[in-house]
Design a protein around this ligand. Structure first.
Ligand SMILES: *Cc1c(COP(=O)(O)O)cnc(C)c1O
Length: 330
């Protein structure tokens, strides 16, 4: 594994920086979900995190490290939404400014929230323009520090605090399932798991249409794909990162995929049975368990619910289709 990967000590340091800034989100259980799967499931509810997703952890940790090192003109990021909100809020909390590069078709709720946290938003077309190039150009022109959404050791260390809290609160686990986009969350959680519960198998879950992570793990190198068409807008990444991939390769047991229909079924379950709103990307890991993509019977299983940012009308439309089926399942 690369020496550039965050160590568990980096995750502990991140956790101290985040104390009093991020919520220690609850770990929920459900007798119904346990009965459905024959396992003991522990849901780490980052849908209740400030900004509605875990990304505040990595964003705040990275900007705190940057601002501690002296003056910066501000920060910039390219993001389909949750990273943008996190950067905007973290920058405001740390007294610096944020410029966010977002796709034109980003969910309105995410754009509004980002502006609400004081972030300036610049749009691009995700079919024709390269957001990384735009982000880098703006960073150069305005002297801003670019904070990548996943491929940065400080971001990865911050995201790893999610699993640290889960192990502290739920105890030892046999399996830990984590949603996967570019791998910041998965790599950070895998480093925490290795330190706190070395016997726990860590598994990444990505959308079927965006299976670059699974293909990369099998190929032994980073596989690039076209922008995937999936409801999981937080996992429309085209490739793993140069920092995240080596960590995933050495510490993650497997990567599995779920369909959009399976994501919606899981969202319907959470709304109907656990009374919680989980966004499509946030439901990846749970969907893999509910759809039996990973054997869990008799095991203690940690599941990261990574976010809850979804337009209520969009949520209602999606879940309406699945509601009949969910009622039968329960
Ligand atoms: C960003 C995001 C992910 C994926 O995280 P990576 O670190 O890019 O793998 C998963 N779920 C939600 C809700 C997200 O916002």
């Amino acid at each position: 594994m690369s020496e550039l990967a965050p160590s568990f000590a980096d995750i502990e340091a991140a956790h101290r920086r985040l104390a009093g800034v991020v919520h220690r989100t609850p770990v929920l259980t459900s007798a119904t979900a346990d009965a459905m799967t024959g396992a003991r499931l522990f849901f780490k509810c980052e849908n209740f995190q400030r900004t509605g997703a875990f990304k505040l952890r990595g964003a705040y940790n990275a900007i705190a490290r940057l601002t501690a090192g002296g003056g910066t003109a501000g920060v910039t990021a390219f993001s389909s939404g949750n990273h943008a909100q996190a950067i905007a809020l973290a920058a405001r909390l740390l007294g610096t400014r944020a410029l966010l590069v977002m796709p034109q078709d980003a969910p309105q709720i995410k754009v509004t929230a980002t502006r609400g946290y004081g972030g300036e938003v610049v749009f691009y077309d995700r079919r024709t323009e390269d957001r990384e190039a735009i982000g880098r150009r703006l960073a150069d022109e305005r002297g801003l520090a670019l904070i990548p959404p996943y491929d940065h050791p400080d971001v990865m260390a911050g995201q790893g605090t999610t699993a640290k809290e889960l192990f502290e609160d739920a105890g030892d686990l046999d399996l830990l399932l984590v949603p996967l986009g570019g791998g910041g969350l998965l790599s950070g959680c895998a480093v925490a798991a290795r330190a706190l519960c070395p016997g726990c198998a860590v598994i990444g879950v990505e959308p079927l249409a965006g299976d670059d992570g699974q293909r990369s793990l099998r190929a032994g190198h980073i596989v690039h794909i076209d922008s995937p068409d999936t409801l999981a807008d937080g996992a429309r990444t085209q490739h793993l990162g140069q920092y995240t991939f080596p960590v995933i390769r050495s510490l993650v047991r497997d990567i599995v995929t779920v369909s959009d229909a399976q994501l919606v079924d899981a969202m319907a379950f959470f709304a109907a049975r656990m009374k919680i709103i989980v966004e499509p990307t946030g439901a990846l890991a749970a969907a893999a368990v509910f759809a039996a993509r990973v054997p869990v019977r008799g095991r203690r299983v940690g599941i990261v619910l990574s976010g809850g940012n979804v337009d209520p009308t969009h949520f209602a439309r999606l879940v309406l289709h699945a509601a009949g089926k969910a009622a039968v399942q329960c």
